[in-house]
Write a protein that binds this ligand. Structure first.
Ligand SMILES: NC(=O)c1ccc[n+]([C@@H]2O[C@H](COP(=O)([O-])OP(=O)(O)OC[C@H]3O[C@@H](n4cnc5c(N)ncnc54)[C@H](O)[C@@H]3O)[C@@H](O)[C@H]2O)c1
Length: 466
């Protein structure tokens, strides 16, 4: 499996790179580095940040293992609703950790400093609010909320708590995104006019058909708690182990994956978000009982702000793409484009002529009589002498950026989180609750638009559907 494909798998449907609390170093291609953001080191050997994981599924393992790479972090507890995942937690992180089905037991522990919330989307708001109210720092996986209307309560809880809160879309800390941001802010591609993104997948794992344990015993799962604020229904293993495929618990390809693309876009442009959102949704291929779409295409209208010109944004996720899958963000400016993948980008720039253009090829000139053509050229040469004027577009050499070998944007994102905790400065986090809602809401609005077959109007400043 090539590393890019492996990366997509690891995302389980997502990913990103982030700054905020440290310097991003220039990456030298071929250099090996796992992170580029400087770590704010613990003050002593005992200066530990005690962590608890809530939700020990796929990304819970990735996030916690990543967090534990940051010096001065220690895991003390894990909560999960499936007993076998608690058994596995002790296998992986040691027999001394506390394991429980009830995350509230963890929140009661005064020695827990921070929680990683890695549960399905419909539980994000409740557990985030409970954790902030219990005085914990929170790293909550994306999208920040399951429903747009849940977002303001999370923002309020965050503001009231004074704690560090970071949403887990690592694109806010990804080196390729931050370096593209630097280029964009330097004006290298001129004025932004449009942004095109997609994140396509091909295989069954990319389409969220994750492996289920053989012989699932319902007694080992707290199904009633799992349902939470979702409609009550009898136990169905797919709805627990492949929850993304059901709207009651997941947010579909739009909530799950557009949110990464929009997080990257907002990181680069510092936009607050679009005002009009329209999307089409279809279920074409993965008809395995799911009620979520496997193809969503959206168009959004980003109005002018003091940070950027107005631009149009188009995006798509196709889980049944015969392409093999890939991720792409193209920022189109008046003077160039930046094409961003996960950990690399290419920038192509051009210089426009300062004289008007004409051509003896595809232009109207040849359609005029010879004498008129000659008269035109003579007048043109007089008015725009070539010594003073440029007459053609000139392409500049492409600029390539590649993150170092072994680079992990998730680790940089974790470093930002822990740096903010260690420096007691929640403001060091770019992807806080406000950012989280501004990235999640347009993504979730795509589901509303596709279902209701209408444009959704969103106020990105007040963060309300209009
Ligand atoms: N940032 C990324 O790159 C990235 C990648 C994948 C997933 N995610 C996000 O991570 C979250 C988890 O995804 P996943 O793929 O790991 O799912 P998963 O199904 O593998 O794991 C979720 C775990 O949460 C547990 N759980 C459910 N409700 C709970 C509750 N109330 N209390 C305690 N535990 C509970 C389940 O038992 C399960 O073990 C999702 O929000 C997803 O969008 C982010």
């Amino acid at each position: 499996m090539n590393s890019r494909r492996k990366f997509f798998r690891q995302l389980g449907g997502s990913s990103v790179l982030l700054a905020g609390s440290g310097a991003v170093l220039a990456a030298t291609p071929r250099e090996t580095r796992e992170h580029l953001i400087d770590i704010f080191q613990p003050r002593s050997a005992n200066d530990n940040i005690n962590l608890a994981l809530i939700g020990a599924g796929i990304i819970g393992h990735f996030d916690l293992n990543c967090a534990l790479k940051v010096p001065g972090t220690k895991v003390v507890a894990v909560a999960d609703l499936y007993d076998q995942r608690l058994v596995r937690a002790k296998e992986v992180w040691g027999p001394d950790i506390q394991t429980t089905r009830d995350y509230r037991e963890i929140l009661k522990r005064p020695d827990v400093d921070a929680v990683l919330i890695c549960v399905p989307d419909h539980w994000h708001d409740r557990i985030s609010i409970d954790a902030l109210q219990a005085g914990k720092h929170v790293y909550c996986e994306k999208p920040m909320v399951h429903k747009i209307g849940e977002g303001l309560a999370v923002i309020a809880a965050h503001k009231k708590s004074g704690k560090v809160f970071q949403v887990g879309s690592q694109r806010a800390s990804a080196s390729a995104v931050l370096e593209a941001k630097r280029r964009y802010e330097a004006g290298d591609i001129g004025e932004l006019t449009s942004v095109e993104t997609f994140l396509d997948r091909t295989d069954a794992l990319g389409a969220w058909q994750y492996t289920m344990p053989p012989n699932v015993d319902q007694k080992e799962i707290d199904w009633a708690t799992y349902l939470g604020d979702a409609p009550k229904r009898p136990f169905q293993p797919e709805r627990f182990f492949r929850w993304r495929n059901y709207k009651d618990y997941g947010t579909g390809v739009a909530g799950d994956l557009f949110v990464h693309l929009i997080t990257g876009l907002h990181t680069i442009t510092e936009s607050t978000g679009p005002t009009r959102i329209f999307a089409l949704g279809d279920l074409n291929y993965w008809k395995d009982g799911r009620d979520a779409y496997d193809l969503v295409t959206a168009i959004m209208d980003y109005p002018k702000t003091d940070k950027h010109a107005s631009f149009q944004f188009t995006t798509r996720v196709n889980l049944a793409a015969g392409s093999g899958g890939s991720i792409h963000t193209r920022l189109v400016g008046t003077e160039g484009v930046i094409d961003i993948g996960w950990n690399e980008f290419t920038m192509n720039k051009l210089k426009r002529p300062n004289a008007p253009m004409y051509s003896t090829g595809y232009d109207a000139l040849f359609t005029y009589p010879k004498a008129v053509q000659e008269q035109f050229v003579q007048q043109y040469d007089q008015k725009y002498p070539s010594a003073q004027f440029t007459r053609q577009i000139v392409n500049e050499p492409a600029v390539e950026y590649k993150a170092p070998q072994g680079y992990d944007d998730r680790l940089d994102h974790m470093i930002v989180f822990f740096n903010a905790i260690r420096q007691n400065n929640p403001g060091l986090v770019r992807e806080d609750a406000v950012f989280g809602l501004r990235a999640a809401a347009p993504s979730l609005a795509c589901n509303l638009s596709a279902e209701q077959r209408k444009v959704i109007n969103w106020n990105p400043v007040t963060m309300k559907v209009v």
